[in-house]
Ligand binder design. Structure first.
Ligand SMILES: CC(C)(COP(=O)(O)OP(=O)(O)OC[C@H]1O[C@@H](n2cnc3c(N)ncnc32)[C@H](O)[C@@H]1OP(=O)(O)O)[C@@H](O)C(=O)NCCC(=O)NCCS
Length: 233
């Protein structure tokens, strides 16, 4: 199906019927990629829809295609566009890009002064974010709201995050600051120039943070925390 035929819009209460499909796909995609994810329940998705903080993509016939939602942190000083998911059969045709553009616009309208950020393990999302004007940042530039980081507890990589004192993990952080940002053309060009480096960074994290731990774990080594203490502190 042509990407332009797919409808991308703010979700409305009637879309709550897709909530289980959405959370099931979030979980199976994370399992397929072998990466972590902050797990969300169908009720959480429904709440986001009711609050007018979600964007959905559907076919004209009403089949579910994609989803993303808004979260606010530190008394609305920060906004995260989270839970981006596209149904596998509709991927690589620009749907995620349209969803992110729509949720970005909605976020800017609802919270014009908020810093918008995202955490991702994927190059596709890094690319989409760069096109919108986000730039890569360290975790220290994100919200320090305990509730946000508590959301990572359901991620398989939570132990890694904590072993790094919340300063690093599998995800790369990206941020758009309305008061101090580069133009999207500049962040887009920066991504293109450094794409290979970003790809290597993502692979490097997989290798350092995950494979090394798995190997150590298989040999019956110490805890993840002590492992990182030996090599990375
Ligand atoms: C990541 C995901 C949302 C991308 O959805 P999509 O609809 O296929 O993405 P798009 O077609 O809009 O692609 C956006 C850009 O990323 C690129 N891209 C897409 N998949 C990619 C991949 N696996 N690796 C590298 N680049 C990729 C596209 O070429 C496109 O670039 P372009 O603008 O130069 O053409 C989708 O694969 C998905 O749902 N994955 C599982 C969940 C997930 O990883 N969510 C992100 C959590 S942060």
């Amino acid at each position: 199906m042509d990407n332009q035929e797919i409808i991308v819009r703010q979700a409305v209460p009637d879309d709550k019927k897709y909530s289980t499909t959405i959370t099931d796909e979030m979980e199976s995609s994370a399992n397929a990629r072998g990466t972590g994810i902050a797990k969300r329940s169908p009720e959480y998705i429904e709440k986001k829809i009711d609050e007018g903080k979600a964007v959905i993509a559907l076919t004209p016939k009403g089949d579910w295609v994609g989803f993303c939602y808004i979260e606010t942190w530190s008394h609305e000083e920060y906004v995260a566009n989270s839970g981006l998911i596209v149904s596998p059969e509709y991927r690589k045709s620009g749907v995620a890009k349209r969803i992110k553009q729509t949720i970005f616009k909605l976020s800017r309208k609802k919270y014009p002064t908020a810093k918008i950020f995202g955490l991702t393990t994927g190059l596709a999302v890094m690319k989409i974010n760069s096109d919108l004007g986000y730039e890569p940042v360290t975790y220290s530039e994100l919200t320090q709201d305990e509730e946000f980081w508590a959301g990572c507890k359901s991620c398989v990589n939570y132990e890694i995050l904590m072993s790094k004192d919340r300063k690093n993990c599998m995800c790369t952080a990206m941020l758009y600051d309305p008061k101090d940002h580069y133009e999207p053309e500049e962040t887009k060009a920066f991504f293109e120039e450094n794409k290979t480096g970003f790809e290597r960074l993502l692979r490097f994290k997989q290798w350092k943070f995950l494979d090394a731990f798995r190997r150590k774990d298989k040999k019956g080594g110490g805890s993840l925390k002590s492992f990182f203490a030996l090599f990375f502190n």
